[in-house]
Design a protein around this ligand. Structure first.
Ligand SMILES: [Cu+2]
Length: 442
């Protein structure tokens, strides 16, 4: 027994050394054309993918480590990669025309990522977004805690949807008038980790960290785990201020939630459904089937929270520094433009903020459509909705602003640079719904 203990402590020691030396890792990533097999079609579907995978390869590293991503663009058009939710050096944020030039076909670019914060993130292009993401370019990035809690296991559920034609090909028209006038491009085939209604195996008694990511162009999910108690422990990567039960969480494009679930010890052989409760008729996304056999001992521990991170009181003395009115207008390249204060990217109504100073921003939706507003390089806290206090027990990088809704958020810019803010319904963003926040020391 003693030997085993010694081995464990040695391993822990080695790991600790590894952490403190800021391990650096190099990975190769390639965007290229290829194909992918959906279950309903005899032929493979032409897609664009990272490292020939749908979704792209899981990128995983430890907090405090450095990651060099040697990226090569083997598409026929330029691209970039944005690391959604990561607060990193502005030059690595992947926004063409803002933080870097588009990466031309055949060219390479190395993204140097300093992973200072834990959480569930994802990566995707930031060029011709509505087409490049829809064709399959996206993947999950996880930054693990230095000291991991003793979960029995983990489930990563990457939600997406595809608009497929009868012959199995991707509907080839993007930014259509219909998609632009409504809530973007909603597919007809929802997938979880690139699979249709996958059945995932779990064991009785397991305590599982579930990470759910919405990687769709436009679809909002309302994830529900039927028959299981699920607690939300992180939103958009960051640990929550207070843990709360998953009852009605609108997971809009870009959003992530981490859940704490325990498979009941006496549930061997049972199946639990993960459903999307957003549409009037909810439908199944995936199922969890509990393996036969004796129950595992459920680990007991308290999940870490982040109570001290940008509390709502921080903004008590702040006045609103920027209001963005969100609405559509006729005209522009696509025939319909989505504006922020009636301006369309790249002719945007942008704003400059001082590094470290709390700011209040208002998103005022004057339209009848949905706008999941995402800000690069910061986390923010929702403070008010429609004039009423609505402080959320967590922070975000993407907030769904409903039809005619007014949402007030508070943020503290902590990283210098130019950070874009845009609707994560990619068709709306392509139609101009993007602006930028300049952060500088005064
Ligand atoms: Cu929008």
């Amino acid at each position: 027994m003693k030997h085993i203990k010694l081995l464990i402590s040695l391993t822990a020691c080695l790991l600790a050394i590894n952490w403190s030396s800021h391990a650096s890792e190099v990975i190769e990533l390639e965007a290229a054309k290829g194909s992918f097999k959906f279950p309903f079609f005899e032929t493979e579907t032409p897609v664009w993918h990272y490292n020939k995978q749908i979704p792209g390869p899981l990128i995983r590293a430890k907090q405090g480590s450095k990651l060099s991503v040697n990226f090569t663009n083997n598409l026929d058009e330029p691209t970039t990669i944005h690391w959604h939710g990561l607060r990193i050096d502005n030059a690595m944020d992947g926004v063409p025309g803002v933080t870097q030039d588009p990466i031309k076909p055949g060219d390479s670019f190395t993204y140097e990522l300093e992973l200072s914060e834990v959480g569930t993130f994802w990566y995707h292009p930031h060029f011709n977004n509505s087409e490049q993401l829809e064709r399959g370019l996206k993947g999950v990035l996880i930054v693990d805690e230095k000291e991991q809690q003793p979960w029995s296991s983990e489930l990563i559920l990457f939600l997406d949807d595809w608009r497929l034609q009868k012959d199995g090909t991707i509907y080839p028209h993007f930014n259509t008038p219909h998609d632009l006038m409504h809530d973007g491009r909603w597919g007809n085939v929802p997938t979880v980790n690139g699979k249709v209604k996958p059945d995932l195996s779990v064991r009785p008694g397991e305590r599982i960290r579930v990470r759910i990511i919405n990687g769709a162009n436009a679809r909002i999910f309302l994830p529900l785990l039927q028959g299981l108690q699920a607690d939300v422990i992180a939103v958009d990567g960051r640990p929550v201020t207070n843990i709360f039960p998953l009852e009605q969480f609108y997971l809009s494009p870009g959003n992530r939630i981490d859940l704490d679930i325990t498979i009941p010890p006496n549930s061997a052989g049972k199946t639990f459904a993960l459903v999307d409760g957003f549409p009037r008729n909810s439908y199944q996304l995936a199922s969890l089937t509990v393996a036969e056999g004796p129950a595992l001992k459920t680990p007991e521990f308290t999940v870490k929270t982040a109570g001290d991170f940008i509390p709502a009181e921080m903004f008590d003395d702040s006045t609103v520094s920027k209001t963005w009115d969100l609405n559509a207008f006729r005209g522009g390249e696509l025939g319909i433009g989505w504006g922020m204060n009636q301006q369309f990217w790249p002719d945007a109504d942008n704003v400059d903020f001082e590094l470290g100073r709390p700011q209040k921003i208002v998103f005022q939706n004057s339209s009848a459509r949905l706008h999941p507003m995402h800000i690069h390089g910061v986390f923010f806290r929702v403070l008010e909705r429609n004039g009423k206090p609505a402080v959320e027990p967590f922070t975000r990088d993407t907030v769904l602003v409903g039809p005619r809704e007014i949402v007030v958020i508070g943020l503290v810019p902590m990283h210098k640079g130019i950070w874009v803010a845009h609707c994560h319904i990619l068709e709306h963003a392509e139609a101009g719904m993007m602006t930028s926040i300049g952060v500088e020391e005064l």
